[in-house]
Design a protein around this ligand. Sequence first.
Ligand code: FAD
Length: 435
Amino acid sequence: MIEEEFDAIVIGAGMSGNAAAYTMASHGLKVLQLERGEYPGSKNVQGAIMYANMLEKIIPDFRDDAPLERHLVEQRLWVMDDTSHTGFHYRSDDFNEAKPNRYTIIRAQFDKWFSRKVREAGATVLCETTVTELVRDAKGKVIGVRTDRAGGAIYADVVVLAEGVSGLLGTRAGLREMPKPETVALAVKEMHFLPEEVIEQRFGLKGDEGCVIEAVGTISRGMAGLGFLYTNKESISLGIGCLVSDFATAMESPYALLDALKNHPSIRPLIAGSEVKEYAAHLIPEGGHKAIPQLFGDGWVVVGDAAQLNNAVHREGSNLAMTSGRIAAEAIVQVKSRNNPMTKRNLTLYKAMLDKSFVVKDLRKYKDIPALLHTNSSNFFTTYPQLISQAAQNFMRVDGTPKIEKEKATTAAFIKARSRWGLVSDAVRLAFAWR
Ligand SMILES: Cc1cc2nc3c(=O)[nH]c(=O)nc-3n(C[C@H](O)[C@H](O)[C@H](O)COP(=O)(O)OP(=O)(O)OC[C@H]3O[C@@H](n4cnc5c(N)ncnc54)[C@H](O)[C@@H]3O)c2cc1C
């Protein structure tokens, strides 16, 4: 198939793989990138919010030609019960800045653009090519890959595994364990198409401004989960995800959850009259810091979702993917520039650099939150959202009941549902997990 030898082979053309391939190629390394999809992005799913700062560190002038949808000026965080939502909304004109901070994107278009940049930087990109196996030498060092194309192995000094959350290659090669059902979420998403001006009217937007809604509550039926609605130029991405282990225990179907979300009285008017053109389902790593596997070894590094680098608490993944891809590439460039071999010892540099970045610092900070939310999911995702809604309604409804009695009724409802000790214990555990 390919006779030449490469400095690096990158497996996967998602956010992490493209960041790694671009960074190495633009530093003059001879890079081969292999992607199983028909084109980069054809297999990839994201909400999708893209974080500009992390892309700027790779391609500073990306705004000149990247396919961006809307820049975000408003974020709504909703706690929902079956008929209501209680919201925290933040909107600021400060986000209408020359270089906006967050954008919505459509991955199929964005990944194609990113891949074009990778090729322009000098890398060879081959699509419709699935890597089937890592090739090792007699001492176990990874020295290349085999693919589903005819021909033999392709060799490189280092292989970057950017193969996404399932990470089958890394697992099969014994580099890491298969992600466990309790550390990965399954998310389903639909694209609802509407005229641009309808989206702008419904969300109070002008021009390229965008708004996102993220929601927790009874929509996940007692499971740890999140619903989301992101505005694109002419479409709305609507989705919901919960832990795979919760889906299995509760015998719930993701499609049923998404249908219920679409019919929720707070969501239905926002998507009314839309045409659904796309449907996708994908896993998200949610195990946090504890789920991060070994990140490097003799002749290999792992980046992005394949390394389980995803901040479920802040709903960030693509920025961790781009940053880990870039940092792995920078470490490889440094090892190469010193004419050192790509051994486990030398590639420790990648982990040392990643540990200093926001990626590992953030995951370490919130290391106890995923487990806390998952083990107490019915309290956090059903009981409290229902109580918050009751309290808000009690406060809003004017019916001649003296306010002092309303306050007592709200307090009594919380104590009845969770007991004084239960409330204190939940608050303390949450505070400790967040510290
Ligand atoms: C529904 C949903 C919503 C999300 N929303 C957001 C969001 O709003 N913001 C955010 O920052 N993150 C979000 N994420 C997370 C984000 O999508 C991921 O963190 C990010 O895509 C990870 O990038 P990656 O390059 O590591 O993996 P991927 O993007 O999954 O790319 C992996 C690539 O490897 C290829 N591949 C796999 N195996 C092989 C093989 N053997 N040979 C060749 N190629 C292979 C795949 O085809 C794919 O192209 C969301 C995820 C989901 C599922």
